[in-house]
Design a protein around this ligand. Structure first.
Ligand code: PHE
Length: 344
């Protein structure tokens, strides 16, 4: 029996040695150490042995079992390590290969221009204010010196929701709201960017929805020359230091006197060309000194306080600055158009 056990051990170890895969090992384990394997069989036949032989053979059988099991485990570890090695080799990453470029988005041209305008006025001490796009008739018109039935309401064809509610036609109601918020006893220096709505037929220069930036400065002793100084800085910073500005008399119900501001045409340098329609000047924005009635309605005493206000359309400014020929490009969002203005 001793010889039989030793022969089994030798046989099993050779097979373990030769095993090439994990499943080979599993087969060997079942064949030699399984319930129906030869070692179990030997142990089962122990009853026939003499008293003296029994512990000796028992011990040997256990030893043989252990040796085979240990060898199986060791070989299993070896095969697994080799397998991992192989897999790593197969799945190697070449980190020196050039990558695939990722498409990165950027801000919309309109967003960029509004942010540029905001930065510019923040630099001059203005704060940014916002107001609702669905506005009351009171703030959109009445508080701006446009009572019901006033002919100048026709200048801004409106989308009414009810008799008293409409889509704001300009950002000027935010003037009235901010002055109201400040209760008539402290200076106001704010700009308000936002969307506005008018009943216009869309074409290359008109849109039923567009953007405005409104500015307002109320304090004691504000003069028209302050307005001119601020607008001059704005125009030069945005369009170039070599631009000139000029103010022309105009009319808005909420400012008196009212002006329109032109900048000298960049294309012809003021000589006159098709872009400026031969005048050498391009209209940029409207403004003026806040009407005393508007101050009064917002709770400011027009004998103590006065101010200036102005309003502009960032679409128009972007069109002039970047030579965009159709306002609809801002809203149709053709990626080929937008990508041209993404800064690297
Ligand atoms: N709200 C005016 C408009 O939409 C622009 C403006 C604002 C003019 C402030 C003067 C002062 O046409």
């Amino acid at each position: 029996m001793k010889e039989r056990l030793q022969a089994l051990q030798a046989e099993a170890l050779t097979k373990v040695e030769e095993a090439a895969t994990l499943s080979d090992l599993q087969d060997i384990r079942v064949a030699y150490l399984g319930k129906k394997g030869p070692i179990t069989e030997v142990l089962r036949g122990m009853g026939k042995l003499s008293k003296e032989e029994r512990p000796v053979i028992g011990e040997l059988a256990n030893k043989v079992r252990e040796t085979i099991a240990n060898e199986l485990d060791a070989k299993k570890e070896k095969l697994e390590a080799a397998g991992l090695e192989k897999r790593l080799e197969k799945e190697t990453l070449d980190v020196t290969l050039p990558g695939r470029p990722v498409q990165v988005g950027g801000p919309h041209l309109l967003t960029s221009i509004v942010e540029e305008i905001e930065d510019l006025f923040i630099g001059m001490g203005f704060e940014i204010k916002e107001g609702p796009e669905v506005e009351t008739d009171y703030y959109n018109f009445e508080a701006l010196n446009l009572p019901k039935g006033h002919p100048a309401r026709d200048m801004q064809d409106s989308f009414y929701i009810t008799e008293e509610l409409l889509m704001r036609t300009h950002t000027s109601p935010v003037q009235a709201r901010t002055m109201g918020e400040y209760k008539g006893n402290k200076p106001v220096k704010m700009i308000c960017p936002g969307k506005v709505y008018r009943r216009d037929t869309d074409d290359a220069t008109h849109s039923h929805q567009f953007t405005q930036v409104e500015g307002l400065y109320v304090d004691k002793n504000v003069r028209m020359s302050d307005l001119k100084g601020v607008l001059n800085r704005f125009a030069k910073q945005l369009f170039g230091e070599d631009r000139e500005i000029r103010l022309r008399p105009s009319f808005f119900p909420f400012t008196e006197p009212s002006v329109e501001m032109d900048i000298s045409c960049k294309v012809c340098n003021g000589e006159g060309c098709s872009v400026c329609k031969g005048t050498g000047w391009i209209e940029i924005l409207g403004g003026g000194m806040v009407h005393p009635r508007v101050l009064e309605m917002a709770g400011y005493d027009p004998k103590v306080y006065n101010g200036f206000a102005f309003g502009m359309g960032p679409e128009r400014i972007a069109m002039l600055k970047y030579g965009v020929d159709d306002i609809r490009h801002f809203y149709t969002n053709d990626v080929r158009f937008l990508q041209q203005y993404h800064k690297a």
